[in-house]
Design a protein around this ligand. Sequence first.
Ligand SMILES: *Cc1c(COP(=O)(O)O)cnc(C)c1O
Length: 570
Amino acid sequence: MQNKPHIAYFCMEYGLNEELPIYSGGLGVLAGDHLKAAHDLQAPLVAIGMLWKQDYTHQYIDENGRPYDTYPNFDYDFLKDTGVSVNVNVRDEDVTCKVKLVDRYDNAPLYLLDTNFPGSEHGWITSRLYGGQTQDRIAQEIVLGIGGLRALRKLGIQVDKYHFNEGHAILAGIELMQERMKNEGLSFQEAKNAVKKEIVFTTHTPVRAGNEAHEHQLLQEMGAYNGLNYNQMNEIGGDPFNMTVAGLRLSHITNGVSKLHKETTKEMWKDVSGTSPIIGITNGVHAKTWQDKKMRNAYEEDQDLWQPHQKSKQELIDYVKENNGANMDINSIIIGFARRAAPYKRSELIFRDAEAIDPLLRDGKVQLVFSGKAHPNDQNGKDIVQNLVKMDRKYKDSVVFLENYDMEIARKLVKGSDVWLNNPRRPLEASGTSGMKAAMNGVLNLSVVDGWLAEGPQHGVSGWLIDEALHEEYNHLSEDERDLKALYKIIYDEVIPTYYDNRAKWKEMMKASIDMSQWKFSAQRMVEEYYERMYNKNLVRPEQNQQPSAKPFETVTESIEVISPPQQQM
Ligand SMILES: *Cc1c(COP(=O)(O)O)cnc(C)c1O
């Protein structure tokens, strides 16, 4: 244990399981998988998050086919109360945050800050994930960052490195500086240089406008300056104060979440001074959470993969019947698609050429299952969902929209579909992880090349890449039209014939998909890479030379791919 640094991992959301709904989507699920993999690896890590009383949204469909939001209260009686509370200053008020504990992952405990307890006047702060106005968000970031850091101190947890997963926790960096300035008498510059050595940063946003920025005046009013002044805060985050820029400047190393995203990130911030070196660590998913056990066993024992697949497919069909009323056919192909409802994800792309898709849906040769939430305030996102529901109602048994997308639905979809479709505009997907979950279950990816897919499936071998079917004669068309043509070409010429007429090839592809993904896109590989390249420590490796794909399911500390440490000297 000596050479394992103690990491404090900060994130606004965690997707661990259905009983603890404190996540909205990919970022949270990734953080949950990071924690679980650290647990499996016996790597000491303490996670800091927020106890969201009402989750993000529980989103259902009304009679007009439009999503509406509900916000049930959760009591979380099963969480441990540490008895510890910390105070932070929000808009000149003293806010008490209780510290609750999820101790299920023993060496990787998750501490959750909670302002929502009887008698509290500040319950609004931890009420809804990504809810409310800008002021609410800043208050939440004060609690997560400053409150989180104070919680670590009060709990007496020794920390070697602070990992800010996305910019939300950046105020913890300001608090770290304050400590140094107060306790050690360091100047602002000295404190900044000192804390940089302890901070690592992960960015997830591939579009500059998508990076959160705040007006200085508002930050100051809310108490986010935390004793610093305008010039100092400006030096860290610019004006307006950009949370990602602050992360880049307060850390000694930053990572993007795929190789492509590393390049996008470098390009995006190349005119910003004083940033840390940017590397790429591709996301991974926690196999024990996302991979079907029957499938894993069949794969390990080199047995037929079709049987476990059909079992999972039947479970999905049963779930659809129960929740949606549709009767799907187990002998017809199911294409799954689940994404946050955002225009760039183009969930309706496959419907755009009615002549091409209509006959396939009418005779049930192709079946589609969709899911995904829109942000409660995003009317365009809700239009997208409404359009999918329209298709669900038009093609009763062939198109299904499952409401209230969450980890449970995700698990059913990434196991029970035959094909996993992903067609965002490029390069707007930082990584994407649902396709990794699908790949590990032998569910074949059909995707544009963006995010992790540039390192993942090979066309016609372990999935299909829409970019490979882009023909020169499409060059004059728009990106949407080109992708649409390529998508249909693959569906007509490859997916359908292989599925219906060449089952042997299909099964070979399923195996190739698991071969390709099981280790390379596992959260364990990811966490090991974080330890080596971000935290600068090697984990103990009992058996170095074992083949990754032979890794047993339950014992998790055995084979480790050798990843070269970073070249740059921090
Ligand atoms: C895996 C997962 C995501 C992230 O999937 P993407 O491919 O990145 O969109 C989002 N939500 C849930 C519930 C998930 O399980």
